[in-house]
Design a protein around this ligand. Structure first.
Ligand code: ARG
Length: 246
């Protein structure tokens, strides 16, 4: 009967459809961003985003496929279909939201400052760094770069491909400060005691969200319902504590 075959062929939005048909959830991220996504010694990817992505794939009944991508090209990589979503600590902002859809925020963070120890006591907020005598570093294409250009316009700025290279500049005294996401800075400071000082009070407001191609409300609906469920049933807290509590 025409009615039944018509309804049987009705499918989900294109993203969920592709996930179901391929049996894979392909997730874009950029490893090296602690504690969200890191490459472990044995070459596998670990971190908060990775665990959330694996949980998502498990609930979908498909395989989790990691797609490690350079940050600078991560939105184009999504939009050419190499992954189904970005799960990479991406800050939801208007500029990016013109190009992608975001699910509801899964965590809120902000920019903080990793300082060379010689400036301890002298620099106590981002305002003190807004001065031509200081060299500030951050990662290419991030909200750290945007915030530095907007709020520290007088400081000299050097951008690096990786957050590790940028942080090293501060630790070895070639730069005065790193402006970057607070969770990364907190872990870096704990791992490099004496080489950097963390001014941990965030000075921007940054909700992080999962990004997908525009125009797919079915996938967005899945992501928001998944997030509400794991926040309510304790799964989110368990994964959060694993990566954010020491
Ligand atoms: N939250 C910052 C931004 O959206 C930095 C995220 C960097 N993420 C990464 N996986 N390297 O620009």
């Amino acid at each position: 009967c025409a009615l039944i075959s018509a309804s049987a062929s009705v499918s989900a939005g294109p993203i969920l459809d592709d996930i179901a048909k391929s049996g894979e959830l392909r997730v874009c991220f950029d490893a090296g961003y602690m504690p969200f996504e890191m490459k472990s010694k044995n070459g596998s990817y670990v971190g908060f985003d990775i665990d959330l992505g694996k949980m998502m794939a498990r609930q979908m009944g498909v395989k989790y496929v990691p797609v490690n991508t350079a940050w600078d090209g991560i939105i184009p990589t999504l939009l050419t279909g190499k992954c189904h979503m970005i799960n990479a600590g991406m800050t939801i902002n208007a500029q990016r939201n013109m190009r992608v859809n975001f699910a509801d925020p899964y965590i809120v963070i902000g920019q903080s400052i990793l300082l060379n120890p010689k400036l301890e006591g002298k620099v106590t907020s981002y305002k003190d760094l807004n001065n031509g005598q200081y060299t500030v570093v951050t990662k290419l294409g991030t909200t750290g770069e945007q915030a530095t250009k907007r709020m520290l316009s007088k400081a000299k700025l050097n951008v690096f491909e990786t957050q590790a290279d940028a942080a090293l500049e501060v630790a070895n005294g070639k730069a005065d400060a790193l402006i970057y996401d607070m969770p990364f800075n907190a872990i870096y400071a704990a791992q490099n005691k004496g080489k950097v000082v963390h001014l941990e009070q965030p000075f921007t407001y940054e909700p992080l969200g999962w990004a997908i191609a525009q125009g797919d409300s079915d996938m967005l609906n899945f992501l928001n319902n998944f997030l509400r469920q794991i926040k309510g049933d304790g799964t989110y807290d368990r994964i959060y504590d694993k990566w954010f509590k020491d």
